[in-house]
Ligand binder design. Sequence first.
Ligand code: HAS
Length: 542
Amino acid sequence: VDRPAARLSLAYVWVAYIAFGVAALAGMLQGMVRGGIIELPSWMNYYQILTTHGVLMALIFTTFFIIGFLYSGVAKTTGGTLHGSALGWGWSGWILMVIGTLMAGTMIILNEASVLYTFYAPLKASPIFYIGTALVVVGSWLAGFGIFSRYRKWRRLNKGQNSPLFLYMSVTTYVLWMVATIPVAVEVVFQLIPWSLGWTPTINIMLSRTLFWFFGHPLVYFWLLPAYIAWYVCVPRVIGGHIFSDSLSRLAFICLLLFSIPVGFHHQLMEPGISEGWKMIHVILTLIVVIPSLMTAFSMFAIFETTGRKKGGVGLFGWFKKLPWTDVRFFAPFMGMLFFIPGGAGGIINASNQLNAVVHNTIWVTGHFHITVGAAVALTFFGVSFWLIPVLTGRTLTPTANRMGMVQTVFWSVGMFIMSAAMHTMGLEGGPRRTDFTTYMDHPLALGWMDYQRVMAFGGGLLFVAAVLLILILLYLTFMAPKGHTEYPIAETEEAQPVPRILERWTVWVGVLVVLIVLAYGYPIMEQIQHQAPGSPPFRTW
Ligand code: HAS
């Protein structure tokens, strides 16, 4: 990757890690508060640090890291460089996103936006918070135009060829992001901003929540897909293997694109304003979107087994021992994959209507998303950072940094395991999510949750240690590690494989996606506008 592209990627990655550091501190504090171990000073409250943690970790860390990672890989697989307009889009996006982050972050710190990362109405934030988040979204669109323009240019110059797998997957990820962010932009611009400015007195709550989850579920796949890119394209190279199947990998991404958006009602199964039939349709589509993840699990096992056998592994499990267990570039994402097995199973439980009645709004859900985004995705991003930062800074991952990375991975995994196991169990016993420390007037049920909360705080403490260690390692890799060449791991298929041309016909896939979205959302949204409470602007009905 040449210097201009590397500088741009590094700028995104480092903003991500600054946000990550602040979010990790807030996370540790909130665990301690909820466990009744510490009390916050009077000028700070639980919901303020919960919002800091959620917004910075789930929205800012992820989005900045993803864009930095995708830009680097797109540059690498298209000749090591980005042309002028891609760089221009990339930097404009970065500037807008940083401004937006500062605006939203300042409002959260001032306790003017303690509305949590889902910013559900009727919780109301300062308009500056909403404008800030809107700028982050618009900035991310500009960055996306950079990726699309690089892709278009590559196709123009390489007519009739399949695009490199990394580039293809980056484009799919960004198509998903562009489509998914439209509803939340509508919610923020037409509902939340006018309402928080006092231009409209009330707000259509059902509609705002529907628009949020129309975005909120594909958001989780926007986090997951870059981790899958690392699993499909980078991890095989790290372990000395090959991509299992180019077309299967592309098909998995197309399925994730099609089925990840029209499923948002599975977050609203317990809400009264949506009829059962529509919820049922979203549940069916949710169970379909599980399939490409099962395809991914299958591909990973195939890659590990074939590589291990080529390295001399014999017998049923001999190949397993041949994997590079002491290489953090493999070990960290592998731990992420392990977490994703119970994470995926938990997702299927959440998606089942009756079971959702048991777990919805309990801390089980918090456990679910800590082992999916907080472990499967985060550990993969850490594993990527251990080689990506040296690639971008022209330095090397030394054996000591590698060992420290292994220790960091163990701390993060153990901390996450302890914390999320306690969350899942406490959730099944009815413990609610998103609550400050309380014993509910010493109710015996709530007193029974206390031990779990202390265990959660302990796990959170380990996670904080891991976060500090990570930042120290990444600082070392950015500024101090010895200069030298580090490989950008991009795997190939073992032999040339035909890839059906249809997989690259975007008009077909975007067309199917639009049809699915209209089928799943068209009528329910119309109903929510028609039957809204009287006087709910901006779609007033008389
Ligand atoms: Fe989820 C709530 C359903 C996946 C994140 N989810 C959330 C929330 C977040 C989140 C943040 O249906 C909370 C939102 C909020 O604040 O309210 N989720 C699912 C389903 C899946 C799923 C069906 N979620 C994710 C991913 C996330 C994420 C991925 C982040 C990255 N989720 C739900 C539902 C709710 C929900 C309901 C609402 C709950 C409520 O009531 O509020 C599926 O996509 C999961 C499919 C995954 C699999 C696993 C495949 C396994 C793989 C690893 C293979 C391992 C290997 C290792 C190869 C089927 C690919 C080798 C091992 C050896 C031993 C060798």
